[in-house]
Ligand binder design. Structure first.
Ligand SMILES: Nc1ncnc2c1ncn2[C@@H]1O[C@H](COP(=O)(O)OP(=O)(O)OP(=O)(O)O)[C@@H](O)[C@H]1O
Ligand SMILES: [Mg+2]
Length: 299
C-alpha cells in the first residue's frame, strides 16, 4: 500500500485550471497557457505522502530552487518565468508559487551521483554496477565515486518506486541524441552545484533533475537541488562505511521506522501523523540546508 494518506483538495482560483496534484506540488495552468507550480508543505516518505505537513517547507524549497536556478543559468536554461502571484491566488501562496514554461516533460529522472548510497549502493552490492555502469571494488556506503556518474531512473506514479535504468534504456526511450543531451546537462549541473555546496561545507552526494523541451530546446524544470531531490551531507561528519547524517527527511524516516511510531512499513497500514518534535526537527533541517547553502537567513 502507498499513496496519499489523505488526498488534498486543490484550492480553486478563478482564472486558473487545476491540472494535477503531485506528491508535493499542485499544478495549474493560467490564461496565458503557462504552468503555475505551487509547492505545498507536504512531505513524502516510504512512498507515502504523510498526513502531517512541515511548516514553511514549500517556501524553503521554492526559494532554494530559485537560488540554484540563478547559479546555473549560464549552463542550462530553466523553466521559471516569474514569481508573481496570480491574481486572486490565496496570500499564503506567496513565496511558494512559480509561473513556469509549460514544457513537454521527458519521462526520465536524471540522477547524478558523486557518492555511493541508497539505491545505487543496493545495486552495487548485487553486481558492482550502478545503472549498469561498472564501479571499482571496495566501495562502501558513503564512498566517493571515482567521478560523478549519470544514473537515470524511470519516473513512477504516486506510490510506485522509481526504477534505475541503464543509459541505453534511456536512449531507447527518448532517442540517442536527447539521451546524450540529458547526460551532459545533468553532469554539468551536478558539477557546478557540487563545487558550490562543497565551498559551504556540504557534500552533494546525489541529486535528481527533470528536463523538458520547449520546442527543440532542452530546459531544466521542476525543483532543483533541494533536500527533497538531493542528498546533502555535512562535510565535516562524512565517514564512509555508515549511513551519513543529512539535511533532509531522514529524521522523519528514522522516526517512522522506530518503535515509537508504532508503524510497520511492510504492513498495509498508512503511516501515522508525525509528533510535534519530528515536525520541528524536520523543519529545522530544511531551514538549515537553505541557510547553509545560500548564506541567507531564513525569514
Ligand atoms: N515546466 C514544467 N512543465 C510541465 N510539467 C512540469 C514542469 N516542471 C515540473 N513539472 C512536473 O510537475 C510535477 C511536480 O509535482 P510533484 O513533484 O509533486 O510531482 P510528482 O511527480 O508526483 O512527484 P515526484 O516528482 O516527487 O515523483 C511533476 O510531475 C513534474 O514532472
Ligand atoms: Mg517531483
Amino acid at each position: 500500500m502507498s499513496g496519499f494518506v489523505e488526498k488534498p483538495e486543490p484550492v480553486e482560483v478563478p482564472g486558473l485550471v487545476h491540472l494535477h496534484t503531485g506528491k508535493v506540488r499542485e499544478l495549474y495552468q493560467n490564461a496565458a497557457g503557462d504552468l503555475v507550480m505551487v509547492a505545498s508543505d507536504r512531505l513524502s516518505a516510504y512512498d507515502w505522502v504523510l498526513p502531517t505537513e512541515i511548516p514553511d517547507k514549500g517556501r524553503v524549497l521554492t526559494q532554494l530552487s530559485l537560488w540554484w536556478f540563478d547559479k546555473l543559468a549560464d549552463l542550462v536554461p530553466n523553466h521559471v518565468i516569474s514569481t508573481e502571484l496570480p491574481e486572486g491566488a490565496p496570500a499564503d501562496w506567496a513565496g511558494r508559487t512559480l509561473i513556469c514554461k509549460s514544457l513537454k516533460m521527458l519521462p526520465v529522472e536524471c540522477v547524478a551521483r558523486g557518492y555511493l548510497t541508497g539505491s545505487g549502493l543496493a545495486e552495487y552490492q548485487e553486481s558492482r554496477t550502478v545503472c549498469g555502469l561498472a564501479l571499482p571494488e571496495g566501495l562502501v556506503d558513503g564512498s566517493e565515486l571515482p567521478g560523478p556518474i549519470f544514473t537515470p531512473a524511470t519516473k513512477a506514479e504516486v506510490g510506485e518506486h522509481d526504477e534505475n535504468v541503464s543509459y541505453e534504456e534511456v536512449a531507447r526511450q527518448v532517442g540517442a541524441e536527447t539521451a546524450a543531451q540529458l547526460r551532459q546537462a545533468t553532469l554539468a549541473v551536478y558539477g557546478r552545484a557540487r563545487d558550490i555546496a562543497r565551498d559551504r561545507g556540504i557534500l552533494l552526494a546525489d541529486t535528481k533533475f527533470e528536463f523538458g523541451f520547449e520546442n527543440d530546446t532542452l530546459v531544466l524544470a521542476d525543483e532543483v537541488l533541494t533536500p527533497d531531490s538531493s542528498r546533502f551531507w555535512p562535510a565535516d561528519e562524512w565517514q564512509p562505511g555508515r549511513a551519513q547524517p543529512s539535511f533532509d527527511k531522514q529524521y522523519v524516516r528514522d522516526w517512522l521506522t522506530s518503535a515509537e511510531s508504532g508503524w510497520d512499513r511492510r504492513s498495509e497500514q498508512p503511516p501515522p501523523p508525525l509528533p510535534e518534535h519530528v515536525v520541528e526537527a524536520t523543519r529545522a533541517k530544511y531551514v538549515e540546508a537553505y541557510e547553509r547553502l545560500t548564506g541567507n537567513t531564513w525569514s
